[in-house]
Design a protein around this ligand. Structure first.
Ligand code: NAP
Length: 279
């Protein structure tokens, strides 16, 4: 059963910006731990509650939660990140509690649990973007291997010809929401390995951000909210060995800026999105 950690904070207005920066910092660490499902930061916009910031972190199960607590304590200590001290300095009060969560529709949960017990995963209808690239081809291959049905929306259909009629291939412009929307409609999730071809053309300087803007516009209209996106490991700001962010900023500043802009667009989108940063 999933475990939800809910922290409710009372944050003085003058400390809010600094406090939210620190929350994002710890989230960057937590979201890559095994068993992390999703996390959200809520800022109060209206209402009577004394708490003006709420954070939630969902863990796959009790074991993942306990391991995460341990890893977080060790990881934070290593990088000198001390949440109690930060809260004290910023005059922030916290109330913390752990919850169980279940979906509104118990019937849906039954289906998932049944699937888990039998060791099978339900087959999903997936849209793969960037399907003709090195990661994309692997995603298509593995999705098929796991029994999912795949629609590849591509600009170069000849590159996925080898899959024949085992997948649906649609040709079009991945930067155009009006073209993305009808392709995505009726699917369960979108998986993206879209990214600029190397060597990068000047025209591709903001490609990832443009792509994110198009996709976040198309997906809600298509009624699909689940998304997994491939990004870059240079955005692991807290990575020390190797210092990925520093190296990225030094040697690939354009990539870092564009991928960071892309992630920001997805972050603000309200989609259920997950980011993969391979290194
Ligand atoms: N592979 C890795 O080890 C690795 C590691 C870290 C990060 N990443 C990041 O993950 C992403 C994917 O990596 P990859 O190695 O799989 O990339 P890739 O082999 O270069 O594939 C890029 C994909 O994006 C598509 N694409 C690029 N520009 C397009 C455009 N304007 N319109 C439509 N489609 C477009 C390509 O389509 P075409 O076939 O039509 O060109 C291709 O399907 C990149 O952003 C990369 O920086 C990859």
């Amino acid at each position: 059963m999933e475990i939800v950690l809910i922290d409710k904070f009372i944050v003085p207005e003058e400390s809010k910006e600094r406090f939210l920066e620190e929350v994002h910092k710890s989230a960057t660490f937590l979201r890559i731990l095994p068993g992390f499902v999703e996390g959200f930061i809520y800022e109060k916009t209206d209402g009577e509650s004394r708490h003006n910031v709420v954070t939630t972190a969902v863990w796959q199960d009790e074991e993942a939660f306990q391991n995460a607590k341990k890893s977080a304590a060790e990881g934070f200590k290593k990088i000198g990140f001390n949440p109690p001290e930060i809260m004290k300095n910023l005059n922030v009060e916290i109330e913390r509690a752990v919850y169980r969560r279940s979906p509104y529709e118990p019937a849906l949960r039954g289906v998932c649990e049944g699937a888990k017990r039998s060791g099978k995963r339900g087959s999903m209808k997936l849209v793969v973007l960037g399907a003709t690239g090195s990661t994309g081809l692997e995603i298509v291959r593995q999705a098929m291997e796991h029994g999912h049905s795949v629609t590849a929306f591509v600009r170069s259909p000849e590159r996925v010809k080898a899959f024949g009629d085992r997948i649906t291939i649609k040709k079009g412009n991945l930067l155009d929401p009006a073209e993305l929307e009808p392709v995505i409609k009726g699917h369960d999730a979108v998986l993206s390995a879209f990214g600029p071809r190397v060597p990068m053309a000047k025209a591709d300087a903001n490609l990832l951000r443009k792509f994110a803007v198009a996709l976040t516009s198309a997906m809600p209209h298509a009624g699909v909210t689940r998304l997994v996106v491939e990004s870059v490991a240079f955005l692991f700001k807290d990575a020390i060995i190797p210092p990925a962010y520093l190296l990225g900023r030094l040697f690939f500043p354009g990539v870092v800026a564009d991928a960071s802009a892309m992630e920001k667009v997805f972050e603000k989108s309200g989609l259920e999105w997950r980011c993969v940063r391979p290194n």
